[in-house]
Design a protein around this ligand. Structure first.
Ligand SMILES: [Zn+2]
Length: 421
């Protein structure tokens, strides 16, 4: 468990090994391994608190682990950086490739990876990029006087002046978040996910589930989906929303119902209000006006347009039936009457990037919702096409598409877009 210092030869060997692992990971459909960093390793690495960060001049300062609720990190806060990133096949067994790093550098390195590699792709060029990134990721920390890849190094330097906003989980920001802020929020959410995945209760549940070999539920919905659907079907005040959610929980055989059960299920703070949860996770979709019991919720982007999720189709209210699993109409019949598409994938992609420029968020659903409001010709529904399908099938030559699964099982995939690298 104790991190070792490596010789130059060992580092080069580690680079080649990790490149191979990363390539086969990217070619596979394996899931990213997220798990809490072993306590002993965290303690060992935290001895670096008070020393200089390996990649900048900051002195690393004390911080709670991200899984602790009071996690209030600053730029110099202690973090554990995976030199072989989890997103491309690393895991917590590569202890000698896990180092103490300031949070600012850690977030910057995440951005460099997102920018340079983007989503998991299998083209020879994409796999070559993964290899280059693995080398850079390790060499930039472990080797001095190494000849770094100039393109990656440029992205790294471009992120230097990046400001980390102090993430306030209880306040909705005035402007749409920028990339750094989003990554920041994700790191917080990932911390919460770690916590959720590893509580004793969860482990016990997994164990019992395994024993009983219960059939998994056909569909599990994310907190976002449940909240959106409950608000859409009339849960527009805290009291009404509470009733809708309780009904949903009853209809879906939850053992406990109510706010506490909801918060516990999704790993939110026990006493957190629905209003806070909405502001935190649906700030871009739901507008909250008023406070406490006088709060009211309204949908910003017409949700039936913004996503192709089954939940967001106009199904009957969930309070009337289990409409979350209600079957949809016959799609082939639906498609036969649709007009021919009037836009090209390139036009669509460019229009999305213009929205991205304006709104500074990479979230596809959000950008698409805003785009079709501005110019209905881009509304793919009228041509009988699902937005997510069109994005994936047609637009990868014009955009970098990043998959962002949420923390649920099975995960709902959200898409982020970016310029082509
Ligand atoms: Zn640093």
């Amino acid at each position: 468990m104790i991190p070792l210092s490596l010789t130059k030869t060992e580092i080069h060997e580690a680079v080649s090994h990790c490149q191979e692992v990363a390539i086969s990971f990217c070619k596979s459909t394996k899931k990213v391994k997220r798990a809490q960093i072993p306590k002993t390793l965290r303690i060992e690495l935290s001895k670096k608190i008070g020393s200089k960060c390996p990649t900048c001049d900051r002195i690393i300062t004390v911080s709670n682990p991200p899984s602790v609720k009071q996690y209030q990190p600053i730029a110099s806060s202690f973090t554990v950086e995976h030199l072989f990133p989890l997103a491309i096949g690393g895991d917590n067994t590569y202890t000698h490739l896990m180092v103490a790093m300031c949070r600012h550098c850690n977030v910057r390195r995440n951005i460099v990876m997102q920018q340079y590699i983007g989503s998991r792709r299998r083209t020879p060029k994409a796999l070559e990029d993964v290899k280059k990134f693995v080398e850079w990721s390790m060499a930039s920390v472990l080797l001095t006087n190494h000849d770094h890849d100039t393109e990656i190094q440029e992205i790294w330097e471009a992120t230097e002046s990046l400001k980390l906003e102090k993430t306030n989980r209880n306040k909705k920001s005035e402007n749409p978040p920028n990339l750094a802020e989003l990554l920041d929020r994700i790191s917080l959410l990932e911390g919460r996910l770690e916590q959720l995945e590893n509580t004793k209760w969860r482990r016990l549940t997994r164990f019992i589930t395994g024993l009983l070999k219960r059939k998994p539920r056909i569909t599990q919905y994310s907190a976002e989906e449940i909240l959106l659907e409950c608000i859409r079907s009339g849960g527009t005040t805290p009291v009404k929303l509470g009733q809708k959610i309780t009904n949903y929980q009853k209809n879906h055989d939850w053992e406990e119902t109510g706010k506490l059960a909801f918060n516990e299920h999704f790993g939110f703070s026990k006493q957190q209000t629905y209003t806070t949860t909405i502001s935190n996770i649906l700030g871009d979709r739901i507008k909250v006006t008023g406070i406490r019991n006088n709060a009211s919720y309204s949908i910003i982007v017409p949700d039936s347009e913004a996503s192709s999720s089954v939940l967001l189709q106009k199904t009957p209210s969930i309070t009337e039936s289990n409409s979350f699993s209600a079957p949809r109409g016959n799609p082939s019949k639906e498609h036969s009457e649709k007009p021919k598409i009037k836009i090209t994938p390139e036009e669509f992609s460019k229009a999305l990037l213009r929205q991205k420029e304006r709104l500074s968020t990479p979230n596809f659903s959000f950008l698409y919702g805003s785009l079709i409001k501005e110019n209905p010709i881009f509304n793919l529904k009228q041509y009988g096409i699902k937005p997510n399908d069109y994005l994936i099938d047609k637009c990868s030559d014009f955009l970098t598409i990043i998959e962002r699964p949420d923390g649920n099982t099975p995960p709902t995939i959200h898409y982020w877009i970016n310029d082509l690298q």
